[in-house]
Write a protein that binds this ligand. Sequence first.
Ligand code: G2I
Length: 431
Amino acid sequence: MRTDGPRGAAAREARERGTAARLELARPGRYFGTAVAAGHLGEADYAATLDREFNSATPENEMKWDATEPSRGTFTFSAADRVVDHARAQGMDVRGHTLVWHSQLPSWVGALGAADLRAAMNDHIDQVMGRYKGQIHSWDVVNEAFQDGGSGARRSSPFQDKLGDGYIEEAFRTARAADPAAKLCYNDYNTDGVNAKSTAVYAMVKDFKARGVPIDCVGFQGHFNSNSPVPADLRANLQRFADLGVDVQITELDIEGSGTAQADAYARVVDACLAVDRCTGITVWGVTDKYSWRSGGTPLLFDGNYDAKPAYDAVLAALGGDGGGGEPGEGTATCTATYTRTADWNSGYNGQITVTAGSEPISSWAATVTFAAPQQVQATWNATPSWSGNVMTARPSWNGTLAAGASTGFGFTVSKNGSDAAPVVGGCTAS
Ligand code: G2I
C-alpha cells in the first residue's frame, strides 16, 4: 500500500515515534481523524482499525451535555475519559465535541430561567473544558446555532430564546478562559458550500474577528448524500473563511453511497482541504459503516468487516500516500487556478483565471468559479463554461494539454449589476 512519497516518509517517522496513522494529511500539523464511540473500543477490530489509520479522535457522543452533566452540577466523565485515554495512549490528538448545542441537551437546561441558564452554560463550559484542559486540540464550542434554509437566522434553542444572539460570543469568551491552549471552533452542517446559511456563519465569524471575540476555527461537518452532494465550491467556501483569519476543519465527514462515485466524492473533499493552507484536518464520522449514525447509507471508509472500501483507497491516494504523492513519474495529474481582475469599469469587469499544471503533464482540466449574485457573466474566452446556479465550471476549449508546471489562461466579462465582489475560485481538477 505504501509508497516513499512525502507522506510515506511522514508516516514512517510517525510509526517510529509509535504514532503510526495511515490516513495522515500530507502536511505536518494536519490531522486525519474519526469519531470514536467508547462502547466499541472493546471490539478488537474496531480498536485495531482506529489505531492503525487515524491520528485524531472525536468522542461521538461522550462529551455532549446529556453525557457529561445529566443533572445540574453532577458531572460524569467516565465514557469521555475512555475515549480520551485510548486516543492519548495511541498518540492521537483529541477534538472536543461539543459544549453548547440545542440537541442531546438534558431537559433541566431548557427549564432554567435566563440568569440560571447563563450561569449553567458558563459552568458547563468551565467544568468540561477544565477536565480535559491541555488535552484537546480543538473544541466545538457552539454547534449548529443557525437555521437551515435561506433565512440566515439563528436556530431556536433555550440559549437563543432566553439569552439572545450574545450567547455565542459569551460561550467563546468563557471557553478561552477555561482552556487557553485549545482552538475554539464554531461547527455546523449544510455550510460546506457558499449558501445563505454559510454566509450567515461567515458574517458572524467576520464580526467576531473584527471585535476580538475569541474564535480560532470553523468546522464544516461534511454530511453528504445524493440530496446534499459535495458542493463544487467547497474549496472556495473553505478559503473565504480561512481568509478571515481562522482555521477550517472538516469535522464529521461521511458520504452516503458506494464504489467509484463515493470514492470520487471523498477524494474531492480531501483535495479541497489540501488546497486550503488553513484547512488543518479532516475527521470522518465513524470507523465502520456498521456503527455509523446512518449505517444504511454505508457512508464511511471501512465496511462492516473493517475492509477498506474504494473510498479509503481514494482518500489515501488524494493524501499522497498510495501512488498519488505528486512525485514525478507517479502519474497524478494536478492543477491550480488563480484569479486576477484584468479590467474594471463602472458596470463591469474582466477577469482572468490562470490554470497551472502540477508536477505532471496534464491533458485536460476543469476549474470552478463562483460569482456573487446578482453578477452576470456576459462572455468567456479560451474556455467552455457550464453552469450550476452561479457556479461556473470552465473546461478547455483548445488549451487542455499542459506540460508539468506550464500555465494557460481563460477570461470572462462580467456585468456587476451593483456588486463589485470578486469571484471565488474553487477547485482545479486535472486529468
Ligand atoms: O447527527 C449526526 C451528527 C450531526 N452533527 C453533530 C453530531 O454530534 C451528530 O452526531 C450524532 C451521533 O453520530 C449519533 O450517535 O448525533 C446523534 C444525536 O443527535 C447520535 O445519535 C444518538 C442517538 O440519537 C441516541 O438514541 C443514542 O442513545 O446516539 C446516542 C448514543 O448512541
